[in-house]
Design a protein around this ligand. Structure first.
Ligand code: OGA
Ligand code: MN
Length: 273
């Protein structure tokens, strides 16, 4: 029987009693979707499933995204394969939510551990509603009025430099021009606000001088670093994490030097407002 247990008061829940090789019952699907919104990130262990079953699991929660950063080893356009052994500076080791450089960033991501180093390679998530709520009143009021530019250039440069992408920067930039998103986005289900800037893709606050933008954006980007908003997950082989990309950020701890392979599928979201 499906069992969902929160792991701390701020975010994260362990989900057990479900076999992801098979389609979910309607009741389990709905319970998982509700838990995703409530807890921000869901952890599943011992899901020895195929890439096709991984894709089929994600598809039960919406149409799948085809990510712009196609990785070299991906056999399926919907699946991103993260294959790393020197993760420092490669992109996921900076707090972010996925693909915010897109006009419509993903609703959620489903990540599965396919090969893990003997030690290290944990992932952290942060609840960006909690981060927003922790801002002081005056700063929150300012944030409510701000919007920011998100740009694919920096993550794409990192992917190319690390040898993870074979695509041309110019082609990708032409295909994914910079977009503007609110700095505090409203969750479409709960209507709660979440801080929505990140160090990977957010480059500028709209309507501010360069000096203002640099200082205030840095403050808002670094706000996520408070452990009060976070949960940390230690992967086993065949563990999975499913996060709400609208309300949480994540960070891959780059503390290993043996091979780590993760498969990721993202689900289409809606335009942030
Ligand atoms: C991702 C990502 C983190 C990790 O797949 O989007 O950031 O721990 N992964 O591999
Ligand atoms: Mn990511």
């Amino acid at each position: 029987m499906l069992d969902i247990q929160p792991v701390n008061p701020t975010l994260g829940a362990n989900v057990s009693g479900v076999d992801l090789r098979k389609p979910l019952s309607p009741a389990d699907r709905d319970a998982i979707e509700a838990a995703l919104v409530e807890y921000g990130v869901l952890f599943f262990r011992k899901q020895d499933i195929t890439p096709e079953q991984h894709i089929a699991f994600a598809r039960q929660f919406g149409e799948l995204d085809v990510p712009p950063l196609q990785t070299k080893y991906s056999a399926n356009p919907e699946m991103t394969v993260l294959d790393q052994d020197s993760p420092k500076g490669e992109g996921a080791d900076e707090w972010h939510s996925d693909n915010t450089f897109a006009a419509i960033p993903p609703m959620g991501s489903v990540l599965r551990a396919v090969m893990i180093p003997p030690l290290g390679g944990d992932t952290c998530w942060a609840n960006m509603h909690a981060a927003y709520d922790a801002l002081s009143g005056p700063l929150r009021r300012m944030v409510d009025e701000l919007s920011a530019v998100h740009d694919i250039t920096k993550p794409m440069r990192k992917a190319i430099a690390a040898g993870h992408s074979v695509e041309s920067l110019a082609d990708i930039q032409a295909q994914w021009p910079p977009v503007v998103h609110p700095v505090a986005r409203t969750h479409p289900v709960t209507k709660k606000k979440a801080l929505f800037v990140n160090g990977n893709s957010t480059t500028q606050l709209v309507g501010m001088s360069e000096r203002e933008s640099e200082t205030i954006l840095r403050l808002l980007i670094d706000h996520v670093r408070d452990p009060l908003f976070q949960v940390r997950f230690s992967w086993d082989l065949h563990s999975m994490a499913f996060w709400d990309n609208r309300s949480v950020q994540h960070y891959a701890v780059p503390d290993y030097d043996q091979r780590r392979i993760m498969n990721r599928v993202t689900i289409v979201g809606d335009r942030p407002y």
